[in-house]
Design a protein around this ligand. Structure first.
Ligand SMILES: [Zn+2]
Length: 382
């Protein structure tokens, strides 16, 4: 493992694990949820507010940052940590996935991918070597190998060819990354929902040797059952003493199901994106603050939640600012959602350490099944 970067497992409970990733920029408690700071900001949040929710690490997107403001510019300005005022660890993706999902006009070759920017149509070229260079310019603490990921469902041969290309790119990524003390490089297991391909991919990556391993190519439209089907075996294909990262996941019940199956790290735009559209995630499931039932409700979103949105404001106020399109709506709901996601992680870490993950998980599902608190009677209706 890279010098200055380490992973220590503290406890396991069933297949669930808890531990700590140590980096020169601070510790990451696992299982960890990483808020997504797409373009150098977790939208609607100050970095200190993100930290206050309990986040130890953020994710930055290579694709977005290379297009705007540009990796060389970020490097000239002192690197991404200084640029965005977040001194703790940052993981950057490789750009591969977002080239697939966001850019126009792509041309894929053995060498890499040429694409046009979704912002201004300008032409760009990404290769494993350039992806490593960009992530180094950004100053990323955890760098992801450059990969290609087909949208599911896809034909088996297409998934196999894409996975094998990604494995050749993984080797080039490893060679290009070199030896960078304090910085880690993670490989990404591909292979869609095929167990044979996942096994082939995991074997190829472990033969190259990485500081951590991601399970990629999930949460791309295959559904939760298929995703859990892969997670029933995929984490066990990876070295036990390295962190395992499930990319782009997910909803609270996806996260809990993934941790149960041996995943240590996750990221998703869901809590922040939902927060900007009036959607809250709570212990009792999803709440749409846009709904008229909240208009006269003086109660907090979640009376047990300690976040600023729940401590200082009523459902009626949140409903009002969502409907009025006020910026504070996105700020408060993003804060609440990120806080709730971090509470889930903290709860799981504690439960795993105490050997009580199963009980914790049962409680999690029971409360969600009960659903949101009953609406209040309409004033004057009684
Ligand atoms: Zn809250």
């Amino acid at each position: 493992m890279a010098t200055g970067f380490s992973f220590t497992l503290h406890a396991t409970d069933g297949r669930a694990r808890t531990g700590v990733i140590a980096t020169p920029r601070g510790e990451i408690r696992t299982p960890a949820f990483m808020p997504v700071g797409t373009a150098g900001t977790v939208k609607a949040m100050l970095p200190e507010s993100v930290r206050a929710t309990g986040a130890d690490i953020l994710l930055g997107n290579t694709y977005h940052l290379m297009l705007r403001p540009g990796a060389e510019r970020v490097a000239r300005l002192g690197g991404l940590h200084r640029f965005m005022n977040w001194e703790r660890p940052i993981l950057t993706d490789s750009g591969g996935f977002q080239v697939m999902s966001l850019s126009g006009l792509r041309k894929l070759t053995e060498e890499g991918v040429t694409f046009s920017s979704h912002i201004d149509g300008s032409k760009h070229h990404l290769t494993p070597e350039r992806s490593m260079e960009i992530q180094k310019l950004l100053g990323s603490d955890i760098v992801m190998a450059f990969d290609e990921c087909p949208a599911l469902p896809a034909a088996d041969e297409a998934v196999a060819a894409s996975m094998r290309l990604s494995m050749r790119w993984a080797r080039r990524s490893r060679e290009s990354f070199g030896d960078r003390p304090g910085h880690a490089l993670f490989g990404i297991v591909q292979g869609g929902v095929s167990r044979d391909l996942r096994e082939e991919s995991a074997a190829a990556l472990t033969a190259i040797g990485f500081d951590g391993y991601a399970v990629g190519g999930l949460a791309v439209g295959e559904g939760q059952a298929a995703m859990f089907g892969v997670l029933d075996y995929a984490p066990d294909l990876l070295p036990e003493d390295r962190p395992r990262y499930l990319m782009g996941v997910g909803k609270p019940d996806d996260i809990v199901g993934a941790v149960k199956r041996g995943i240590d790290m996750m990221d998703c735009v869901l809590p922040s994106r939902s927060g900007r559209t009036g959607q809250a995630w709570t212990r009792r499931g999803q709440v749409n603050l846009r709904n008229a039932r909240h208009a006269d409700d003086p109660r907090p979103l979640d009376e047990e939640c300690q976040c600023p949105a729940c401590r200082g404001y009523s459902r009626a106020y949140l409903h009002h600012v969502v409907r009025a399109g006020e910026m504070i709506a996105g700020m408060l709901l993003t804060w609440h959602n990120l806080h709730y996601f971090q509470e889930i992680m903290a709860g799981m870490r504690e439960a795993i350490a105490a050997g009580q993950f199963e009980d914790w998980e049962r409680g999690f599902h029971v409360l969600r099944a009960e659903g949101d608190i009953e609406p209040l009677g309409r004033p004057g209706a009684a």
